[in-house]
Design a protein around this ligand. Structure first.
Ligand SMILES: NC(=O)c1ccc[n+]([C@@H]2O[C@H](COP(=O)([O-])OP(=O)(O)OC[C@H]3O[C@@H](n4cnc5c(N)ncnc54)[C@H](O)[C@@H]3O)[C@@H](O)[C@H]2O)c1
Ligand SMILES: [Zn+2]
Ligand SMILES: [Zn+2]
Length: 341
């Protein structure tokens, strides 16, 4: 099969790989009909994580089940499914909370070296009954792809940000995750949401979705629009030292910083004394993907949560290098990109 890999030189290539085998009796193989590029894939291009062997990338996929193990109970060949980007064993006490992050064996993310990458023709999915979801009625491909990761992430970021009804939220970063977080914050009762991003087109997309937009850097800008008080809740959808600095500096005393942006491997110098004196709550979150589905799917189906416009284009899998270069440039045209085998 063809699969997208990123090598140690940070080159994106489409290579031939063996078709994946069934990953045990509780697993399934999915033929991918559409995958997406995430900001998390771009960390490999930024050089944030070392790459020894070319890594098969991608963790957001929808497709058709083509093979199931003998222990798979909920799916059969031919089912159209979406695949959670975060995978758990499906059986332990942690997985029973529906949060794969809490899997006692340790969660695994597709396309990060341990499991296969979703930007490929086929994807082997362990514990298929836990990782897969039959695409519900009324959910289109873009919504299904967002349910595998970015919408679950933005939703969890907002849910864990202690947003007061009628409160003020600042979202640092207006990529797809930030755009999902802003929509989630409005859905959860925020009165005002400010989105900070240095890219004008991303600020424009945030305004179209009902937010107010601010140029980066965010800290002073958020203080200026909140009479110097800061926002009740700040969501970091970037994951750099500067976005964390801005989040801590722009949250009000007693407020909550909710971090979903993925940091590089270097430690962050947390100003612990200031956080204590200002009684801040800080939460870091890897998306509890499966746990979000019972909340997000009815909201999408009822039109209460709108994710239209987050996908801005599709490339074929063979054009992955071009697609990555468009995503990496954060140009005006692109926000989130589909890759179709
Ligand atoms: N925690 C999770 O489970 C989870 C899941 C998915 C993605 N992520 C992470 O979320 C982050 C965002 O993902 P994405 O797909 O939206 O990526 P993206 O690269 O498309 O978006 C990041 C945005 O942040 C902006 N930005 C950069 N520095 C900034 C700064 N200092 N202040 C304000 N804005 C700044 C960029 O212009 C860009 O628009 C990434 O770090 C990604 O790895 C986390
Ligand atoms: Zn992702
Ligand atoms: Zn588990």
């Amino acid at each position: 099969m063809r699969a997208v890999v990123i090598d140690s030189e940070r080159a994106v290539q489409v290579v031939d790989r063996p078709d994946p085998a069934l990953p045990g009796p509780d697993g399934a193989v999915v033929q991918v009909s559409s995958a997406a590029i995430c900001g998390s894939d771009l960390h490999f291009l930024e050089g944030h994580y070392p790459i020894d062997q070319p890594v098969s990338v991608g963790h957001e996929a929808v497709g058709t089940v083509v093979e199931t193990g003998s222990e798979v109970g909920r799916f059969t060949v031919g089912d159209t499914v979406l695949v959670s980007s975060v995978s758990g064993c499906g059986h332990c006490a942690g997985c029973r909370t529906q949060d794969p992050v809490r899997c006692v064996r340790g969660p695994q993310i597709f396309g990060s070296g341990l499991l296969g990458g979703a930007q490929a023709e086929y994807l082997a999915v362990p514990a298929a009954d836990f990782q897969l979801l039959a695409i519900p009625d009324g959910i289109d491909t873009e919504q299904a792809l967002l349910l595998t990761d970015n919408l679950a992430t933005g939703w969890a970021a907002a849910r864990r940000a202690d947003i007061p009804l009628g409160g003020t939220v600042a979202v640092i970063g207006g990529g797809a995750v930030g755009q999902c977080a802003l929509r989630s914050a409005l859905c959860l009762g925020a009165a005002r949401v400010f989105v900070v991003d240095p890219v004008p087109a991303r600020r424009g997309r945030a305004v179209d979705a009902g937010a107010h937009a601010l140029d980066a850097p965010g800290a002073q800008a958020v203080l200026d629009v909140t009479s110097g008080l800061g926002a009740d809740s700040v969501i970091d959808a970037v994951g750099s030292d500067s976005s964390l600095d801005d989040a801590l500096a722009s949250v009000r005393t007693g407020g909550t910083v909710s971090v979903v942006g993925v940091h590089d491997l270097a430690p962050y110098p947390l100003p612990a004394l200031v956080c204590l004196l200002r009684s801040l709550t800080i939460r870091w979150t890897t998306a509890p993907v499966q746990q979000t589905w019972p909340e997000l799917i009815p909201l999408l189906q009822a039109g209460r949560l709108d994710v239209a416009g987050i996908f801005t284009g599709a490339f074929t899998l063979d054009d992955a290098a071009q697609a990555y270069s468009a995503a990496f440039s954060r140009d005006a045209k692109h926000l989130k990109i589909q890759l179709t085998p």
